[in-house]
Write a protein that binds this ligand. Structure first.
Ligand code: FAD
Length: 385
């Protein structure tokens, strides 16, 4: 049985069949939609380029009993309690993803997590509409991009001193000029106290008027239904490197799973598409009795203000080194390489330099030492450093 019908859920079903599992599979999901991709929600969908992002997967051919609009409410050994009664399982994949954090206040606040969220918000983005976006993270930047494209007057309010601070630390500062260039009023170091009807109250007591408020301050793993089940939870469902949870015959994948990374020697919970795509095959192998290990170099991308931003690796404790000039005239093409103490590549951020991302990812996987002086020269291919 698979609980959660997002990308990780549907990939789990596919992986079960691909590995020859011939038994019955039930897939339950609380949304009333077939499984769909979320990255386009804050890009193509908000921009009006597409209305549907349904995953290309033939549920009939997979012979899966897909139950849309059904939520899991609790878990006991061998049984999932759902809004439609109890369902027994021999093996269980937990793939319930994450839910957006909302802020205090009675005023309406939009989030972008589901296709319904995105279509609702899109219908409000029009010429002259005053939009306040809370959070200059990945989602905030993409929402601001779409809102400006629609002709809205956009203010982004960010508590940290730079955009993308949680993900990139001070490196995120290089993206701050993109906001002004796009005509967005970016207010850094500004805390929101509450969301009110007609806008925001800021922590200093002042008001920011807005017709539409979008909150993009992060997500929490959707694990509330597992409370009391005895499964170990700590910033998500805790798993080992095989994606096995603390309960027998239960594995976890995607945004809700905090897995042990053999590569980095820490527990990681990575809220990105590539994890939801890749983890299910390993989790399903584990359920079926193989000792596969999930040990990827994490990867994600974002499209904001006309720039393709890509990241691979894990940079905790590594030092950032710049490659190319973020302030260059025209379309900037630059990267940041985070280096370990012994000059190995820990992570790479590339902006409009997809080759650096591809080559950097291989170098991270390979683990070879690099020449840091050569690395600062963007004319030298990363693989030749
Ligand atoms: P989800 O996609 O969240 O799916 C989980 C499903 O489980 C949901 O449908 C949920 O309703 C359901 N569920 C939850 N609780 C229950 C329950 N109790 N019972 C039954 N069903 C339940 N990643 C990138 O790498 N690049 C990007 O550019 C990017 N852009 C993004 C843009 C947006 C707007 C969003 C929201 C995410 C973006 N991501 C991006 C992240 C990526 O989409 C997620 O990492 C991915 O969707 C995670 O897949 P998942 O299947 O683990 O979880």
């Amino acid at each position: 049985m698979v609980v959660g019908a997002g990308l990780a859920g549907v990939r789990s079903v596919e992986a079960l069949r691909a590995r020859g599992f011939g038994g019955g599979i039930t897939l339950i999901g609380e949304e009333r939609h077939r499984p769909y991709d979320r990255p386009p929600l804050s890009k193509g969908v908000l921009l009006g380029e597409t209305d549907s992002t349904v995953v290309d997967s033939d549920l009939d051919a997979l012979e899966v009993d897909f139950r849309a609009g059904v939520s899991a409410k609790g878990l006991h050994p061998g049984v999932v309690e759902t809004t439609e009664g109890e369902l027994a399982y021999d093996g269980l994949v937990v793939a319930t993803g994450a839910r957006p954090i909302r802020l205090r206040g009675d005023g309406p606040q939009h989030v972008v997590r589901t296709i319904d969220d995105a279509l609702r918000l899109r219908s409000l983005l029009s010429e002259g509409t005053r939009v306040a976006v809370i959070g200059a993270g990945w989602i905030g930047a993409e929402v601001a991009t779409a809102a400006r494209r629609a002709g809205c007057a956009v203010t982004v309010v960010e508590a940290a001193a730079t955009p993308l601070a949680a993900a990139l630390g001070r490196v995120g500062a290089y993206t701050a000029p993109w906001y002004a260039e796009a005509g967005v009023d970016l207010r850094l170091g500004t805390m929101v106290a509450s969301v009110e009807h007609g806008g925001l109250t800021l922590a200093d007591g002042s008001a920011l008027e807005a017709d539409v408020v979008v909150t993009g301050v992060g997500v929490r793993p959707a694990t509330e239904w597992l409370a009391g089940s005895g499964i170990r939870l700590d910033n998500g469902v805790v798993t080992d490197e095989h994606l096995r949870t603390s309960l027998p015959d239960v594995v976890a994948v995607g945004d809700c799973a905090a897995w042990w990374s053999r590569r980095y020697g820490v527990r990681l919970r990575v809220e990105h598409w590539d994890t939801a795509l890749g983890a299910p095959d390993v989790a399903v192998a584990t359920l079926l009795g193989d000792a596969a290990v999930y040990d990827p170099v994490p990867y994600f991308w974002s499209e904001q203000f006309g720039h393709m931003v890509q990241y691979a690796g894990h940079h905790d404790g590594a030092r950032p080194i710049r490659r190319g000039d973020p302030e260059a005239e025209g379309k900037p093409r630059w990267a940041v390489c985070w280096m370990t103490e012994d000059d190995r590549l820990a992570a790479v951020l590339s902006v409009n330099r997809p080759r650096d991302l591809v080559q950097g990812r291989r170098l991270i996987e390979g683990g070879q030492r690099l020449d840091v002086d050569r690395l600062t020269d963007p004319a030298i291919a990363l693989r030749d450093c």
